[in-house]
Design a protein around this ligand. Sequence first.
Ligand code: CUA
Length: 354
Amino acid sequence: MDRNRLLTWTLWAPSTLLMAGLLSGCSPAAWDMDGPMSFFQPQGTLAAIQLDVLMVALWVCIGIFFVTGGLYFYTLIRYRSRPGDEARIPAQLHGSTAIEIGLVAIFVVLLTIIMVPNVRALFIMDDLDTIERAELVVDVKGYQWWWGFEYPAQGIRTANELHIPVGTKVTLNLTSDNVIHSFWVPKVAGKLDVIPNQLNRMWFEADTVGVFQGQCAELCGASHANMRFLLVVHEQADFDAWVEAQARPARPVTEGVDPAQVALIERGRAIFLQNACIGCHTVSGTHALGQAGPDLSHFGSRREIAAGMWGNTHTALAAWVQHPADLKEGSLMPNLGLSDDDAAAIAAYLLSLK
Ligand code: CUA
């Protein structure tokens, strides 16, 4: 091996290994492509159709990569200059009509292969009949930076947690009152822009019971990355029970709770109802009727707070109500100057709202 080749290999081998490591996130598990935001294991009709579209285009591109790369290397080796005939120039094919027409024909065929599943997917996704006849309709509103979900037929409202029954076609009416957001649940359905002064409609369907991660997929401001939500897919009976529970007026659930905790919840309720909280939040059955922030009527039943930033625990919630503007970039919820005790009491009250 001469010096140049040795140098080439000592540069290529480590950098190839490094690239492989970086691409895999240095973890063999990354190759499973089964993270919470991965669309490679679809759990819904639309996600499966969209994955088909991607895979067809991907395989066509991989084919083009290997064919053109193969021809390139074949040409490099076959027509390299050899000692003694450096002056020889191979036959030139520039302007060959047969090659030009052949290339155009090949790419027409390849683009047609990519186009067929795309057009099919567009017709399925945009089918007005399916959208009009869905068994469940949810009005989705993008806020800065959280999601409002309203079920007009069931008369319920929630935030950052979209509940649906499994195997049921659901229609979403998407709007925004501020900037452009984008609704996306990678494993189940995606994506559709959520645009001010425009109603965008989409249908989707989940195949599997479970909790799936959703995310705003359009850069919308400081807390775009913190505009997450959960899609909770229930068996039909569990969904009906959830709807029934959400439709009831909110009340602190204090059965089986010790008296000291009940006193804390009552104190939290009093502070909440006397403070600016009620200007933005609704708690059904009370005089808190604000509309600017998330409906908190059944807040204690939710899994996460602040649009997916933390789990819904007492510690996280107390910190959040005390310092929202510090903890979430650009949050419109102001710091109210609550003391540690008041924040703890409000958190206890909100968690009791099941
Ligand atoms: Cu909303 Cu990004």
